[in-house]
Design a protein around this ligand. Structure first.
Ligand SMILES: Cc1cc2nc3c(=O)[nH]c(=O)nc-3n(C[C@H](O)[C@H](O)[C@H](O)COP(=O)(O)O)c2cc1C
Length: 329
């Protein structure tokens, strides 16, 4: 059976990619993940704030309580990984394994930090995943201005490096498909759909904001599934599905709607990195049952352009469901 696929112009042995998380801070994990069948690994993000050395200032403001808004700031997931250490991580991961290592650059406004992409390239990253983690809480900011920010950041990074650049996006645009098409035209080599925004909750006892990260569940594949099905075959760049993979079934579904690769983090955090082997074996077993020899035989077979029952993706189905009450718990 041939599981090979292409993502961002890279030839991968299969569609299983580990998404950005602290798991790959440990080189032992990186090696084991390769042994378990992982085809590529995305390193945890280095943040614009790390690069610009602003984190300390933000933490000082939070400590002083002078800006409540800063308490929404995602926890420092890459603690101890400053810009210099991050380049060491890329170099060491590169040396430790044969599979592609994708560096993750995370920022929210256009400034000098995008130039750091050059150092990622020089350190041996096979590609860059650009995560524009931007919450437009400024109520005067229009949708068009928000979208322009993504395009400007992408163009700055693309201009700096020769390696491919993927955009990791959230689904929170008024027209997600158009946003993807715009970034596709602006030179993005691929899309990671979707990023999860870490929304704070409230501790009612302490009356403080909770800043924990919830692992995903399999129900979370539905939104990316819908959009990957709509985008597959309609963009130049490649597509990575991200969110909700818990078993091989979610991987197969993502491939059916047109994903080139499928990423996972929560399942590995929940079950341990050895679970990558279970996902790999489950994928092979499922494809065997279907008598499928290559991934391309199923990829996109249930995309929006390929299915006959296209109404299932649309408003008409929504109306039908609401009228008949066809709910599952
Ligand atoms: C503990 C943790 C750390 C993460 N760190 C990053 C990160 O540094 N950069 C990033 O782009 N995404 C990060 N993510 C998001 C994941 O890469 C992934 O997109 C998200 O968890 C959805 O995929 P999943 O359902 O397979 O977990 C993190 C997620 C978790 C749970």
């Amino acid at each position: 059976m041939d599981l090979s696929t292409r993502y961002l112009g890279l030839d991968l042995k299969n569609p299983l990619v580990v998404s950005a998380s602290p798991l790959s801070l440990d080189l032992g994990n990186v090696r084991k993940l390769e042994d378990m069948g992982t085809a590529a690994i995305v390193l945890p993000s280095i943040f614009q704030e790390d690069i610009e050395n602003e984190i300390d200032e933000i933490e000082r403001l939070v400590a002083e309580g002078s800006s409540e808004a800063f308490s929404y700031f995602p926890a420092r997931m890459t603690e101890n990984v400053g810009p210099k250490n991050y380049l060491d991580l890329i170099r060491k991961a590169r040396q430790a394994v044969d599979i592609p290592i994708i560096a993750s650059l995370n920022g929210s406004s256009l400034s000098g930090w995008t130039g750091y992409a050059v150092q990622m390239e020089q350190a041996g990253a096979s590609a860059i995943e650009l995560n524009v983690y931007f919450l437009p809480t400024d109520l005067m900011l229009s949708g068009a201005e928000v979208e322009a920010r993504y395009v400007d950041i992408l163009k700055a990074v693309k201009a700096a490096v020769k390696i491919p650049v993927a955009m990791k996006l959230s689904p929170y645009f008024s027209s997600v498909g158009h946003m993807v098409k715009t970034l596709d035209a602006a030179g993005a080599d691929g899309f990671v759909l979707f990023n999860r925004f870490y929304q704070p909750d409230i501790d009612l006892e302490e009356l403080t904001l909770l800043r924990d990260i919830k692992l995903s569940n399999k129900g979370e594949i539905r939104l990316p599934l819908l959009w990957i099905a709509a985008l597959s075959g309609n963009i130049r760049g490649s597509i990575a599905a991200s969110s909700g993979v818990q078993t091989a079934a979610e991987i197969i579904k993502y491939l059916f709607v047109g994903a080139d690769v499928v990423m996972t983090t929560s399942a590995l955090l929940r079950h341990g990195i050895g679970y990558m082997q279970t996902l790999h074996d489950g994928l092979v077993a499922d494809l065997k049952t279907r008598e499928v020899q290559t991934i391309s035989e199923i990829r996109g077979r249930m995309s929006r352009g390929a299915v006959t029952d296209v109404a299932a993706f649309d408003r008409v189905n929504y109306i039908r469901i609401l009228r008949t009450g066809a709910v599952t718990s």
